[in-house]
Design a protein around this ligand. Structure first.
Ligand code: CP
Length: 345
């Protein structure tokens, strides 16, 4: 496979919902070739001498490593930037108290240095749900280079792409009519909604049957739910939301377990992490275990990681023969290389 001119050239990726289905498939198919020919000459100079600016407001294992390595393997360099090392506006404060350098100025400077920019902004770095998405879009407004979300409060596009690349390997290239069950987990980490929401969106774009189960009070973004329903209608899949921790497993092909925070997580501009964890830990039925996995159609276990073992899933499931979590983590590298090559190369 050779690199061609692409509609993704210069295009940002804040969610896969804003890409066409052809663009999604272009990234995944190129990623599959990049996995097969990981160090081939044809890919080793795509970002020759160019730098990708990696901007992490929150910590990361997979995203940081995979993006930095992606830049290296494409012949460029990934530059890790910690917001604490800059004099930025304090975005979790009201405008009159923010001080610091504006997004307009920081983005303007980044335009002069980098081939592209990535930003992670999660949970405790924002004062309300939706703020992270607004900040990314403000950066994007001032950037003339592609911006990619490294995971923010609403979306995690690279995770969604890596997930479906994993399903294509383990279930088959055609995902139409494959059933994915997203199940809330009673984790101790008070996670953002980004991974599960991205998974719902991209799965429904590819014709999968999408199920979601969570306790009352843990509703997802209404707009994302609406988009998922519309995607299902357009692409032939079905969509169901339920509040039962067991029924959702029935005959599923893939189980996607994940904790996410409740609708009350932000109060008076503050992320109530401890209260969220205390509340979530009471739902002990909401764990993905072998008993529940037996209800599936020999289902695969999927999770974006880090897995909160013994809360979201048991060790037997997370490390079991049907777990594909490490393949999916590896796919992060390939899909990100593919996106960078098509958008920044
Ligand atoms: N899945 C994921 O984004 O992992 P990290 O938080 O470690 O980057």
């Amino acid at each position: 496979m050779a690199l061609r001119e692409s509609s993704l050239n210069g295009k940002s990726m804040i969610t896969t919902q804003e890409l066409s289905r052809d663009e999604i498939m272009e990234i995944i198919e190129l990623a599959e070739d990049m996995q097969e020919n990981r160090f081939a000459d044809k890919y080793s100079k795509v970002l020759d001498q160019r730098s990708f600016l990696m901007f992490f407001y929150n910590p990361s294992v997979r995203t940081r490593q995979s993006f930095e390595i992606a830049a290296t393997e494409l012949g460029g360099h990934g530059l890790y930037i910690e917001p604490g090392s800059m004099r930025l506006q304090q975005l979790d404060k009201p405008p009159e108290e923010q001080g610091g350098e504006t997004i307009e100025d920081v983005a303007g400077v980044m335009n002069r240095y980098g081939a592209g920019v990535g930003i992670r902004m999660l949970e405790d770095k924002i004062d309300r749900y939706g703020r992270g998405d607004e900040v990314l879009r403000e950066y994007d407004k001032y950037l003339d280079k592609p911006l990619v979300s490294f995971a923010h409060d609403r979306f995690h596009p690279c995770q969604g792409l890596a997930d479906v690349m994993g399903y294509r390997k383990h279930v088959g290239k055609d995902l139409e009519d494959v059933t994915i069950a997203h199940v809330w987990g009673h984790g101790a980490l008070a996670r953002s909604h980004c991974s599960v929401q991205e998974s719902m969106l991209i799965s429904s774009r590819l014709g999968m049957n999408v199920r979601v189960a969570h306790p009352e009070g843990y509703d997802l973004d209404e707009e994302v739910v609406e988009w998922t329903k519309e995607n299902c209608k357009e692409n032939g899949g079905s969509f169901d939301i339920d509040h039962d921790p067991v029924d959702v497993y029935e005959d599923a092909d893939i189980v996607y377990s994940r904790n996410w925070m409740s609708r009350d997580a932000y109060q008076d501009g503050e992320f109530k992490k401890e209260e969220e964890i205390e509340k979530a830990l009471k739902y002990t039925d909401w764990i993905c275990d072998e008993e529940k996995m037996k209800l599936t159609d020999d289902g695969l276990f999927s999770h974006p990681m880090p897995v909160d073992r013994r809360h979201e899933a048991t060790d037997e499931v997370a490390s079991g023969p049907r777990s594909i979590i490490l393949d999916i983590a590896e796919n992060r590298l390939h899909v990100q290389k593919a996106y960078m090559a098509l958008s920044m190369g």
